[in-house]
Design a protein around this ligand. Sequence first.
Ligand code: ATP
Length: 330
Amino acid sequence: KEIVMGGIRPTGFLHLGNYFGALRNFVRMQDEYPCFFMLADLHSLTTHPDTKELKNNIHRVLAEHLASGLNPDKCALYCQSHVFETAELYLYLNMMSMVGELEKTPTFKDKVRQHPQNVNSGLLTYPVLQAADILLHRAHLVPVGKDQEQHLEMARNIAGRFNHRYGDVFPEPVAFNFGSELVKVPSLDGAGKMSKSENQYATLYLSDPDDLIRKKVMKATTDSGPKEPNTPKPDYIENLFLLMKLVSTPEVVQKFEADYNACTIRYGDMKKQLAEDMVNFISPIREKAAAIQQDTEYLKKVMVQGAEKARVSAQATMKVVREAMGLNYY
Ligand code: ATP
């Protein structure tokens, strides 16, 4: 059976993009594959060096994983920093990674723009650490959103270079989504994707209270509506439909599609419907996560159990890696 590896950074509360790009697939995959799911705290340090909030974020994000349906008995659910072998593999893989290629990564360029005062080399080698996370379990399938497609390509390049030099150790991992396409959940302002650390008013968080969800959805960009039947939708309207497809019933989506095509759509009504469907989707996860987060003993148990499972897999891989590299001198 193919092995699955997925991760989310504990840089803040999770949002709909994390849910539909990653978590929803995690939950389905745990029943079908051996799975490793990781809270990527080391990745957080590249852009969030202040660790005052980290413990709280780890607890919250772990609770959100559990509230979304992950079962720690079915998968290995762990913190990246608890699996020390990650750091060793990251070091070796750095020798398999080309600086020119890393510098060209669009996410690196974005992060440089967002954090010009902290362009550290961890930011540059982010895809290498990500490759280490995946290859540490010799994983094939990586459930990610569309924004991560290029990182996966780099992980494949790195794995390929390692295999070419030292022998066949790693499978070449591929991005995975249960639908045919990778998901990109757009932000409500029509500019880019929902994200933990960018425009928080244009992102719907799994922790948002009902009223805030309503307020954010009602503020989403619209216009006065199409003037001609069957005109193509502008991006910001397409985004609203995309969000609606995630949380509303097909009948509701069809109704508004038909209204759009007939030029009778009232965006106020559409947003009201979307807001209610969002509230119904998000509020049970929010309530559940809040309750789980209180139970710090349980969270600790989950983390310890997850790290144990992940380290068994990591240690087995590292034994093979060291041997393949000729780092065995006795
Ligand atoms: P940050 O803002 O801190 O960079 P992020 O919200 O972009 O964080 P990550 O922790 O980098 O999230 O990504 C976790 C997972 O969520 C990845 O699989 C990523 O592809 C997915 N993801 C993040 N944002 C979206 C989005 N808007 N649509 C679909 N998938 C997403």
